[in-house]
Design a protein around this ligand. Structure first.
Ligand SMILES: Nc1ncnc2c1ncn2[C@@H]1O[C@H](COP(=O)(O)OP(=O)(O)OP(=O)(O)O)[C@@H](O)[C@H]1O
Length: 446
């Protein structure tokens, strides 16, 4: 039987200074998942020389074709570069000629984008959002600057330009974590942003380090000519047909643009991507949060509530401060996640198990718990002490040394962190702290 608690990466010689588990999961597994589901595997008709979105998605009209210097909204927005792409959207850097600033245009298919637009309009226009306009967390949540129809099938959301995510920035630091003072400040800002969303009756529904981006105020405010020279010439890749024929479909652009990312400023974050957000009184049936940060009620098919965000916040706190994922098993599927959660916070409520099918129930009851208290697990993760984390496996799987992060927090600070995390990582959603209570945690008082 596969031992899900034995990190399978250990026999591999790793010379990286970053956390191997994190790097492996984020890069190799996500690339594998993307490849496995990529339509390019099914039927390839087009190729493109730059690493960018799948050109076939244009052919299927998932993306709207955009070229550099395209203009939108009667000439108000002029496209300068590309910022990225997601499953249903491409995101472009544009000059807002009315406000003389630079913005992000998220051009998204209406089949999925109307929901995100509704939530963002709620945050901009609803009476409850107006009542919270002075909330200190508002500035830490992405704001809708403008929106308009691009075509009958696509919307455009105009957003602030933002920098890299806290997760990708953390990977640049020794030990895969942000410096302590930034980690504390970032988690405080996320908690404030969550409190603002909570008061506006909105749950984010997909909170993880990849959706918390650093703000990029310098880029937003940069004068047009300076920005253009700063950006240089965008790298383009011609879209070609594999059979050598001419591009016949007007929905497929002539070229794709290699996206440009900005580091952003380490002082301020934005909670981004409200594509999975929901109003408190209309929770969804399922979550799309990465499995290793998904609340256990979603894994156990229990009803969802706004408290799923508080579980994700617990995972985010753990990960941002330690540089290690709360769920460490390499293939973080539903099973390994359920099993690993049990080893840190004990078995799930009996009525959750009772509601599962026989096979699932048997498997849950069979799990050999490793039983390591959350507080100890958190400290070992903070110390990046792999030898102690894997205990009995040590002889079988010799550990390669890699450069660890500096220890910056005192014992008392780690006590406060541990208390805060344990107030979020509980099975019963009703026992998790609200953002309001979270903000009173001594962890944030430093
Ligand atoms: N406001 C922004 N400023 C800068 N870059 C952005 C901004 N919004 C999105 N991006 C970039 O574009 C990429 C895709 O955006 P986003 O994730 O919002 O699209 P999506 O289709 O909703 O994605 P997914 O399919 O993952 O849900 C992001 O990974 C990020 O790199």
């Amino acid at each position: 039987m596969i031992d899900l608690f034995r990190p399978p990466w250990l026999p591999i010689r790793i010379a990286s200074c970053r956390s191997p588990r994190r790097v492996f999961r984020r890069t190799v597994l996500s690339q594998f998942a993307k490849l496995a589901t990529s339509p390019q595997r099914r039927q390839r008709q087009y190729v493109c020389g730059v690493e960018a979105e799948d050109p076939h998605a244009y052919s299927r009209r998932v993306y709207f074709p955009v070229e550099l210097r395209s203009v939108f909204r009667n000439g108000r927005y002029v496209v300068l570069h590309k910022l990225g792409w997601g499953g249903y959207a491409t995101v472009w850097l544009a000059r807002d000629t009315l406000s003389d600033s630079n913005v992000a245009l998220k051009i998204i298919h209406k089949d999925v984008g109307t929901h995100e637009l509704e939530i963002m309009r709620h945050l901009r226009d609803s009476p409850i959002a107006h009542a919270n306009i002075a909330h200190p967390g508002r500035k830490y949540v992405v704001q809708l600057l403008d929106d308009f129809d691009v075509s009958t099938s696509h919307n455009c959301l105009v957003l602030d330009v933002m920098g890299r995510s806290i997760a990708s920035r953390a990977e640049e630091y020794t030990g895969g974590r942000l410096p302590g003072s930034i980690a504390r400040e970032v988690t405080h800002q996320v908690a404030l942003g969550l409190d603002y969303l909570w008061k506006c009756r909105v749950a984010h529904g997909d909170l993880y380090g990849g959706n918390v981006l650093f703000a990029a105020p310098t880029i937003s405010a940069m004068a047009e000519e300076r920005l253009k020279s700063y950006l240089g010439d965008p790298e383009l890749g011609a879209v070609k047909r594999l059979d050598g024929g001419p591009l016949a479909e007007p929905s497929v652009p002539r070229y794709l643009v290699l996206p440009r990312t900005f580091r952003g400023c380490d002082a301020e974050i934005r909670i981004a991507d409200l594509g999975a957000a929901y109003l408190h009184d209309t929770p969804p049936g399922t979550l799309h949060t990465p499995i290793h940060m998904r609340a256990p009620e979603a894994l156990f098919e229990q009803p969802l509530s706004p408290f799923v965000d508080m579980w994700s916040m617990g995972c985010l706190l753990f990960e941002t401060v330690t540089g290690r994922s709360f769920i460490s098993s390499m293939f973080a599927d539903r099973w390994s996640t359920m099993e690993e959660i049990q080893s840190y916070i004990g078995p799930p409520p009996v009525d959750w198990i009772d509601k599962l099918g026989d096979t699932v129930r048997e498997r849950i009851n069979e799990v050999g718990l490793r039983n390591i208290e959350l507080d100890r697990y958190l400290r070992l993760a903070y110390d990046q002490d792999d030898a102690a984390l894997i205990e009995e496996d040590e002889d079988d799987y010799p550990i390669e040394e890699y450069e660890k992060a500096k220890l910056e927090f005192t014992d008392a600070e780690l006590d406060a962190l541990s208390l805060t995390v344990s107030g979020l990582l509980t099975y019963d959603p009703a026992l998790r702290n609200t953002p309001d209570a979270l903000l009173r945690s001594p962890w944030f008082r430093g």
